[in-house]
Write a protein that binds this ligand. Structure first.
Ligand code: NAI
Ligand code: MG
Length: 489
């Protein structure tokens, strides 16, 4: 059990008693098939792969490996569904299905949250209080649009674009499925969705919910596999649109693959957000904000505030308070309700984080890490700060996707704007100040899809999300999130 900091003045030798969330009510099937045309079907080559719990390295379940043939079956089922009554159905009727899905997710929220934490490593507090409530909120939100598309696009009629291939990552598994499926259904499309290979279980549970909601067969197909399966979706000639969230590298490959095919696409890729703290900011809230911006979900967040810019006059205070706060973060069992920092999603991701921290040290950066010991089994990384780094360092320029913060200082507003924008990414940013004028200046000048002011990592289904530059194209969420799924006539 992790101990709270012995360095804080008020802290005597106290420990938290563990408070693990029960897994008694959870059912994880030992083997999962592919969800195609409303049924669970055996993959065409009969192959399965394991998904593990990254906190224990134990296998949770076997999951079907979808081949190009299976992708073809799923796309055919989706095409049949769009040609059938689904896309011509009255919007209000379509909305009823989506409302039903939203309610069923709410009813099973605890089960979804526990499975999400077991399969991906994120703390139960986050999956329970952030991920799953946002999932049902997204379905509720887009259910509401289904019969109001004429108001979303005044003076225009909309038609669905057809079959959407959707490929999602492992950092917010069910939430990314919701971001993609809900607007597609509201606008009358059919879907072939592929979850990430390390976190397929909640998407497969969602497939059970879709059955229970009586969604017509083929409207949503959920198939599992790794990059090759994703590529087969991208390359399939009868897919009309690709929606992808993941690495910039794969995003670029997808752009190349769809170029000239007429397929539409939206890409939500990497980030390296600037979190900017001015000397007039509320210091303690800002420290909490920094913790939330980079240590939330082990830093597996594309919009994480991985670059911190502190005004020079308060840098020492902020860094010392941050170090104290890092000592009190509890790292360990994702299912323990006390846990702040869970497991790193995979061995591969852990190796990438370690590689970057070594590199940052080699480049001359100074590191500080929380002092507690990490669990022996599983994939873990202690919260880490880098100081003595500058704009040219790779740990400042490149996405690490782990609990690693690069800290720099600044003196003037213009200087910090230049530094914040000196990056190939533009997904998000943050600004902490007492002064409204600075908030307006920064949020306009920082080229990023979202800039939070005196807060960080806040999401709402009505708010569009997406990037500039190498962070991607297109928006998800809000009214804007309907646009990629309709033809306007
Ligand atoms: P990835 O981009 O390889 O995986 C994301 C999804 O794309 C997964 O479902 C994967 O199976 C699929 N995929 C992989 N190769 C594909 C291909 N050629 N064609 C179609 N689909 C393909 O990301 P990965 O390898 O899991 O993580 C690598 C890095 O990417 C992370 O360290 C992080 O920096 C970044 N990343 C960013 C995310 C974001 O939310 N923007 C999410 C996940 C990773
Ligand atoms: Mg897993």
């Amino acid at each position: 059990m992790a101990k709270a900091s012995p360095t804080l003045e008020f802290d005597t030798d106290w420990e938290y008693s563990s408070a693990p969330e029960s897994t008694d009510h959870i059912q994880i099937k030992p083997q999962n098939e592919l969800f195609i045309n409303g049924d669970f079907v055996v993959p065409s080559d009969g192959n399965y792969f394991d998904t593990i719990n990254p906190a224990s390295e134990k296998t949770l379940s076997k999951v079907g490996h979808a081949t190009a043939d299976d992708v073809d079956k799923a796309v055919k089922a989706a095409r049949k569904a769009v040609k059938g009554p689904w896309s011509k159905m009255d919007g209000a009727e379509r909305g009823k299905y989506i409302f039903r899905i939203a309610r069923l997710i709410q009813e099973k929220a605890r089960e979804f949250a526990v499975i999400e934490s077991m399969d991906g490593g994120k703390p139960i507090r986050e999956s329970r209080d952030v991920d799953i409530p946002l999932v049902s909120a997204h379905f509720f939100y887009y259910a509401g649009w289904a019969d109001k598309l004429e108001y979303a696009f005044p003076g225009k009629d909309t038609t669905p674009i057809g079959v959407a291939g959707q490929i999602i990552p492992w950092n917010f598994p069910l939430l990314m499925a919701a971001w993609k499926i809900a607007p597609a259904l509201a606008t009358g499309n059919a879907v072939v969705l592929k979850p990430a290979e390390t976190t397929p279980l909640t998407a497969l549970k969602l497939a059970e919910v879709l059955q229970e909601a009586d969604l017509p067969p083929g409207v949503v197909n959920i198939i599992t596999g790794a990059g090759k399966t994703g590529q087969a979706i991208v390359d399939h000639p009868d897919v009309d649109k690709i929606a992808f969230t993941g690495s910039t590298e794969v995003g670029k490959m997808i752009m190349r693959a769809v170029a000239g095919t007429g397929k539409r696409y939206t890409l939500e890729l990497g980030g390296k957000a600037a979190n900017i703290i001015f000397e007039d900011a509320p210091i303690d809230q800002a420290v909490e904000g920094i913790v939330n911006s980079i240590f939330f979900n082990q830093g597996h967040v594309c919009c994480a505030g991985s670059r911190l810019f502190v005004q020079e006059s308060i840098a020492d205070t902020i860094i010392s308070k941050l170090k104290d706060r890092m000592e009190t973060l509890i790292i360990g069992d994702p299912l323990d309700k006390n846990t702040d920092i869970g497991a790193i999603n995979s061995k591969m991701q852990l190796d990438k984080i370690k590689m970057y921290v070594k590199l940052g040290q080699k480049e001359g950066g100074t590191i500080h890490q929380s002092s507690y010991s990490l669990p022996k089994k599983g994939f873990w990384y202690a919260p880490t700060l880098f100081t003595d780094v500058s704009q040219s360092h790779r740990v400042v320029q490149e996405e690490i996707f782990g609990p690693v913060l690069a800290i720099q200082t600044f003196r003037t507003v213009d200087e910090v704007i230049t530094k914040a924008n000196n990056i190939p990414y533009g997904l998000s940013g943050g600004v902490w100040t007492d002064k409204g004028s600075k908030i307006f200046k920064i949020s306009k000048a920082v080229r990023a899809g979202v800039v939070w002011a005196n807060t960080f990592n806040k999401f709402d289904p009505s708010s569009p999300f997406g990037g500039y530059k190498e962070s991607g194209m297109g928006r998800e969420g809000g009214l804007e999130g309907l646009m990629p799924y309709v033809n306007l006539v």
